[in-house]
Each structure stands twice: as C-alpha cells, then as structure tokens.
Design a protein around this ligand. Structure first.
Ligand SMILES: Cc1cc2nc3c(=O)[nH]c(=O)nc-3n(C[C@H](O)[C@H](O)[C@H](O)COP(=O)(O)O)c2cc1C
Length: 314
C-alpha cells in the first residue's frame, strides 16, 4: 500500500525552520501539520505563529495549520486568516492534554463535551468553506468518551480524523490502546489516521499489518528521535542509508545555523539544540551519555566539541 506519512505537530519543535530542513535533507514526509494556533482572548495571532505560517517561509509541499479553541467565532476567524494565506484546510486540535488547556475546555478538555463539539462544528460549517480535519485522543478521563464524540463527527463532512489512542489524563505515559482504536475504525465513515508511538520501522509494520485499511500515519516524537524513520518506512527497509552520519550531520548543521540566525544569544541557541538532542541522542546508542554531554556544554565551542565527540563515536 502507498502510505501517506504525516509530520505530527510538536509545539516548540516542528516550526517552519525544522519542517523546511527536514524536507530538504531527510524527506519521507508527505504532509506537515503546523503546531496549533491559539488566540489569547483577542482576534490576533502571535507574531511567531504568523511567521511560522507565512507561505514565503515554508518550502514543504503540503502544510496544514491547526487551531486550538473551543469556540466557533475564534475558529472561523482563524480559518479566514488561513484562507487569506492560501491554506484551504484547518485541523482542529481535540487532543492537547495539558491541564492548562484541558481545564479551559480546549484540546482533550472538549472530548467529554460532545454537545459543544457539535455546536462549534455546526457554526463553522455554516459560516466557513474551509476544509476541516480533526486530531483527537480517545477521551479526557475515559477511553470511552470517543464513542460519544464519533457520532457527532459523523454528521460533518470532515477531511479525516486522526486518533491518538491515549486519554488526556495519561499525557504521554502508558500504552496506546490499539483495541479501542480498532473499534473506532468501524464506527465512522471518515478517513481515520493513526497517531502514537511510531518509533521504529518495526512498530510501523506491526501497526500497518494490524490495520490494513489505515493509509495515513502521523509521526511526532519518532521523527525527531529518528529523522530517518519516514524515509525508511517509505523505502520499506530496516537499513539506514549508507551516508547516515553525513545526512544527520547536514540536518543538524542546517538546523543549528537556522536557529543561530533566528535566536538571540548563545543561551537560547544552546537551549534549543539541547531540546532537540533529548531526542537525537537515541540515534547514538554507543554514547549513552550523549544528552548529558550536550546539556553540560555551556558555550558554543563546548557544544560543537560534544557534537563532534558523539558523532565520532558512531
Ligand atoms: C512537545 C510536544 C508538543 C506537541 N504539540 C502539539 C501540537 O501543537 N498540536 C497537536 O495536535 N499535537 C501536539 N503534540 C502531540 C503530537 O502531535 C502527537 O500527537 C503525540 O506526540 C503522539 O504521537 P507520537 O507518539 O508520534 O509523538 C505535541 C506533543 C509533544 C510531546
């Protein structure tokens, strides 16, 4: 089967610099979701969000913006802004699990309120012609909440529904519930996309064998922890490319120089790179202390030395 691989949005990681670099150097991703847009009480987008979505800043083939809201008016306003920038689809975040968000009835905090989901979608579809897709968890507090939400989603002509089969309360801990995911597939005519814990080609293959009808797969953290994963899935191979180290070095170096230009001061730059290395470190099992070495580097020279040492030990 021809799989569609989608970069799952990671606020703080998959900004336009990351997406462009990933596309240029690593590849294998068909569609990128941008991290969520959230309005803070006003019909106004943060400068950083605006920059992230400006078409001139984006060189990936297909980019879909996402909104995090619980009200139709903000949703419609964001949809209009996105249409003006040339985006025809907006993804609705019904999965963000963080209490700061869910306690305000947004993200996963809406999953126990199907009536509100219905109201929002009804107004959005009445007042906007943007295509809508949904990214959701199984529920906020119970994995059965989704059974009340799907009938509501089934009333609307959505592009697709991504399911991350955890509940909000779990955050990112515990197992994904594949049995409930499987049940959901049979409960909706919508295209279902799978998302959660795809960290290796083997895991992808297991899931793809278990769910032969699923064509769309979102990869979030796995794409940073192993940037080769999408191309290896696409090439149907367990083998890393021969120039693995060279390719990773290029990916790293472009990211470094992009963030060096964008961020003010070496502290911010080191912080940014360190956050990436918390994931990258897993690519270097010969250096179990890789992340510690990066974290310890308190200036650019030390950082470069740490990166050099990690890569030399491959
Ligand atoms: C740091 C971080 C930021 C995230 N930001 C977003 C976001 O902006 N929008 C969203 O829908 N999901 C967000 N997610 C969830 C991921 O897109 C994804 O659904 C989740 O990590 C599970 O997939 P994975 O196991 O492939 O990472 C975020 C997750 C993490 C860890």
């Amino acid at each position: 089967m021809d799989y569609i691989l989608i970069s799952s949005p990671l606020q703080g990681f998959t900004d336009f610099r990351f997406r462009n670099t990933f596309h240029a150097v690593m590849g294998g991703i068909d569609t990128y979701y941008a991290p969520y847009i959230r309005l803070d009480g006003k019909k106004e987008m943060k400068k950083q969000t605006q920059r992230d979505l400006q078409p001139v800043n984006n060189q990936t083939p297909k980019l879909i913006p996402q909104v995090l809201t619980n009200n139709a008016s903000d949703f419609i306003w964001v949809a209009q802004q996105m249409q003006q920038l040339g985006y025809s689809e907006l993804n609705w975040n019904l999965g963000c699990p963080y209490p700061m968000v869910s306690k305000r009835g947004m993200g996963a905090g809406l999953l126990n309120n199907p009536a509100q989901i219905d109201r929002v979608l009804q107004q959005v579809f009445a007042e906007s012609d943007t295509k809508i897709s949904v990214k959701m968890r199984l529920g906020l507090e119970s994995k059965f909440e989704i059974f009340e939400v799907l009938p509501v989603l089934n009333k609307y002509p959505l592009q697709n529904i991504t399911i991350h089969p955890r509940i909000g309360k779990q955050l990112y801990k515990g197992e994904v519930d594949l049995a409930i995911f499987e049940k959901c597939i049979g409960l909706t005519p919508h295209t279902i996309c799978y998302n959660g814990d795809i960290n290796s080609v083997d895991t992808f293959r297991e899931h793809a064998n278990r769910f032969p009808g699923i064509k769309h797969w979102l990869i979030g953290r796995g794409l940073i922890a192993d940037p080769f994963l999408p191309q290896m899935i696409k090439n149907n191979t367990l083998q890393y490319p021969e120039n693995k180290l060279e390719q990773f070095r290029k990916f790293h170096d472009i990211l470094f120089s992009e963030y060096e230009q964008a961020l003010s001061g070496s502290g911010h730059l080191l912080h940014k790179m360190s956050a990436l290395w918390e994931y990258f470190a897993r690519l270097f099992p010969n250096t179990p202390k890789a992340f510690k070495m990066i974290k310890k580097a308190n200036n650019i020279k030390a950082y470069n030395e740490a990166v050099g040492a990690i890569m030399a030990n491959k």
